[in-house]
Design a protein around this ligand. Sequence first.
Ligand SMILES: [Zn+2]
Length: 273
Amino acid sequence: MTRWITEPRRIALLATILVVAVIAGLLVTARLSSSSYAASAAPYRPNPRAVATPEQARESVPRPPMRAEPPSRQRAWNGPDGTQRTTGTPSMSLTFDDGPSQFTDEVLDMLDKHDIKATFCVIGSQVRSHAAQMRRIVADGHTLCNHTWSHDLRLADRTPDQIVKDLVRTNDAIHTVVPQAKVRYFRNPGGNFNHRTVSVAQNLGMVPLHWSIDSRDWESRDSKKICDLVEGNAHPGAVVLLHDGGGDRRETMKALKKLLPFLKERYELIAMP
Ligand SMILES: [Zn+2]
């Protein structure tokens, strides 16, 4: 008689333990997979200069709203902090930073000779004294990119308000000499983007533009090294960082003479759309 009573109870107890164990197992698995996803979704190592000190962290500047982009667009961007670092097409794009300068005309001549369109990331304070070069960049069909007023390498440390002022001042300077030109892109000096500079640029209607190939012409005094680096890393969709300003660019000019025909033969080269 006791056997008949205890047996169903024992079965019920075992069933309860089994159900609890299965639920616990599911919870542990879900937790593990979500933490490994979080790790793989954050490959970007922040620039040490952009990391906040404990004091800055305590102040905790509110994060400005990010503009939502459709998923297909996000896939093409794939740069740190929501920046775009590839063209999103099989074509490559050359970008020239830190101008306009005394080297810009030479770059424009070479691009014209090879019928190549490119992107110029210009510094606001240099625009007025190089108005002719600015007009030529636009007339030749190249794309403009805002590279801040005075190449502030610590822009990411500024307040959102200061960042807005810097970028708007630069766009205003550009529009003084080329009123109809669109400034579709923004590039943080040194590539030191963070969420503040990215969202301010986006809120002003500009796409934050990173790069996928650094020619390192900013440190190289050897045109062959610049050529080898770009030629060796060239790939469909690449955005190449070069400079037409910011110092003595004679080695960049020398490198471009070989680089442009080399790339033109192998890739379609476009201005960022
Ligand atoms: Zn720069």
